[in-house]
Design a protein around this ligand. Structure first.
Ligand SMILES: [Zn+2]
Length: 207
C-alpha cells in the first residue's frame, strides 16, 4: 500500500466553488479543516457556525472578541460559542483582514443606507441556507466577515473600506467541535466590501 497516496486522497473530501452572491453550508466533524479562498480578490464572505450536536449553541462575537482580546480575526484566533466553548480556530490566513463588527448586509439596511429596495443580501442568503438545517431567521446572529475590511479608529469610528484580499488569498479553520458551517458569498454592490462586483469563492473541506 502506498501510504502517501492514501493520505493524499483521504485529506481532501470536498471542493466546491461558491458562485458570486450565493450561500453554502456543510456539516464538519471535529478535526476537519475548512479552507475558504477568495478566488478573484476583494470578496467578503459572511460566516456563521453552529454546534452540529446542539445547534442552539452558535458562534458568539462578544465571547470571541473578549477571549481573543482583539476585534480582528486572524491566524490563531478561536471562534467561541455563547457557552464559551471553542468552535473553530483559524490555522492559516494570507489576508490578515477579517471583521467581527459589521454583521451581514440585508435588503432592509440597504434600503436605509442606500435607498435601494429588494436587493440580494447575506441575511436572505443565511435564512435560505440555514433552513436546510432547521435553523430560522432568529438564528442569524452577528457573524464573522472574512476578507472584509472594517477599520476602527481611536475614537471608535468604523467604516467599510475596500477589501485587502487579493486573488487566491485564503483562511483555513480547524474544527474544535462538530459544526454546521454556513457562509454567504456577499452580494453587496453598494459599498466596497465585495469590490462592488461580487465574485466566486472556493471552499475545501479536509479530514
Ligand atoms: Zn453581504
Amino acid at each position: 500500500m502506498d501510504d502517501d497516496t492514501t493520505a493524499a486522497t483521504a485529506t481532501e473530501s470536498r471542493r466546491e466553488v461558491v458562485p458570486a452572491e450565493r450561500p453554502w453550508s456543510a456539516r464538519l466533524d471535529k478535526g476537519d479543516r475548512l479552507k475558504i479562498t477568495d478566488l478573484h480578490g476583494a470578496q467578503a464572505v459572511d460566516f456563521l457556525c453552529f454546534s452540529a450536536e446542539m445547534p442552539v449553541e452558535r458562534y458568539n462575537a462578544a465571547n470571541t472578541i473578549k477571549l481573543a482580546r482583539t476585534i480582528y480575526v486572524g491566524k490563531g484566533v478561536t471562534l467561541y460559542s455563547e457557552l464559551a466553548r471553542p468552535m473553530m480556530t483559524v490555522t492559516a490566513d494570507t489576508c490578515g483582514s477579517h471583521d467581527t463588527l459589521a454583521g451581514c448586509c440585508s435588503s432592509q439596511i440597504n434600503a436605509v443606507r442606500y435607498g435601494v429596495e429588494n436587493t440580494p443580501s447575506c441575511r436572505d442568503n443565511f435564512i435560505s441556507e440555514m433552513a436546510r438545517w432547521c435553523l430560522g431567521p432568529g438564528d442569524v446572529v452577528a457573524n464573522v466577515n472574512f476578507f472584509m475590511n472594517v477599520p476602527v479608529d481611536g475614537e471608535g469610528a468604523i467604516g467599510i473600506a475596500p477589501c485587502l484580499s487579493g486573488p487566491g488569498d485564503y483562511v483555513e479553520l480547524h474544527c474544535d467541535m462538530p459544526v454546521i458551517a454556513v457562509l454567504s458569498n456577499c452580494p453587496q454592490r453598494h459599498n466596497p466590501c465585495s469590490g462592488c462586483e461580487p465574485t466566486p469563492v472556493e471552499v475545501v473541506i479536509s479530514r
